[in-house]
Ligand binder design. Structure first.
Ligand SMILES: CC(C)(COP(=O)(O)OP(=O)(O)OC[C@H]1O[C@@H](n2cnc3c(N)ncnc32)[C@H](O)[C@@H]1OP(=O)(O)O)[C@@H](O)C(=O)NCCC(=O)NCCS
Length: 159
């Protein structure tokens, strides 16, 4: 059973661990790299929490059995897009052992539902061109590519 709930500051370490592991699974040197990445993510999350942006939200997917475990997360905030603040989704991550069970889709629909009563009609994000799993998920959920961005991490799409 999966429960989606808003994160609290106390969840920051488990979100950082989940995001680092989701984007950098693997052993050996990758595990070492992951611990650095995890520290950076944790630092960024604390910054975002401290910034107290009224628009910032982070949702978690929690398994309730056999014991509560954070297996997914996603963040939402406003970012300037074409000179105007717009909802921007980041760090959508699902633990590798829990993929293809609809958790990514559930987190995405939680984010879009949260915007239903807002004045915003679009939701933006970046995804790497080579990230086929995420691109397929976004496509299935109705996102469309509106541009290509080659300035960060090589080629990526802007949805
Ligand atoms: C991308 C990610 C969040 C998907 O999470 P998930 O919980 O596995 O996604 P869902 O189970 O909700 O999948 C929904 C649909 O997305 C598509 N999809 C998801 N993973 C896929 C894969 N590996 N290959 C192809 N399509 C995939 C499918 O259409 C799937 O529907 P289906 O299972 O009925 O075929 C997960 O793979 C992940 O955490 N990846 C690493 C982090 C990342 O890349 N995040 C996105 C950054 S932009």
């Amino acid at each position: 059973m999966i429960e989606i709930r808003l994160a609290a500051a106390a969840d920051i370490p488990s979100v950082a661990l989940l995001v680092a592991f989701s984007f950098h699974p693997g052993n050996g040197w990758q595990a070492l790299w992951r611990s650095f990445v995890q520290l950076g993510i944790e630092h960024d999350l604390r910054d975002r929490w401290r910034s107290a942006s009224p628009h910032y939200r982070c949702w978690l997917a929690i398994t309730t059995t056999p014991q509560p475990l954070c297996v997914g997360s996603v963040e939402l905030d406003l970012r300037p897009i074409n000179g105007h603040p717009q909802p921007y989704l980041s760090n959508l991550a699902v633990h590798p052992d829990y993929r293809r069970q609809g958790i990514g889709r559930k987190l995405l629909s939680t984010v879009t539902a949260s915007l239903a009563a807002s004045p915003y009609s679009s939701l933006y994000l970046h995804v790497l061109a080579k990230n086929n799993a995420a691109r397929q998920l976004y496509r299935r959920c109705g996102f469309v590519v509106i541009g290509e961005d080659t300035t960060v991490w090589g080629s990526g799409s802007y949805c």
